[in-house]
Design a protein. Structure first.
Length: 89
């Protein structure tokens, strides 16, 4: 019985070889391209974006106010959203 588990564990790394490298769909390839642009800054704006002191203060106040609400012990299952399932287009 334990031999089956050991053989399965030994073959587990080989199962990862079945996945071909690279994007699995055109959408994934496009997403990876956008992420690469963000990382290396190839299309970054030459104009720096600055915030005013008032904007920084408002952002900090929103962050501080977000801690005023207690974290509930559990969430009601009825309070969640609904999903119709299927593919979105």
């Amino acid at each position: 019985m334990k031999a089956h588990y050991l053989i399965g564990l030994a073959l587990l790394p080989l199962s990862a070889l079945a996945i071909e490298p690279g994007p699995s769909s055109p959408q994934q390839a496009e997403t990876e391209n956008w992420l690469a642009l963000q990382v290396d800054g190839r299309v970054a704006s030459p104009t720096p974006q600055r915030t005013t002191p008032a904007e920084r203060e408002n952002a900090m106040q929103r962050w501080l106010d977000s801690n005023k609400h207690p974290i509930p012990e559990f969430f009601e299952s009825e309070s969640g959203g609904s999903s119709k399932g299927g593919k979105s287009q």
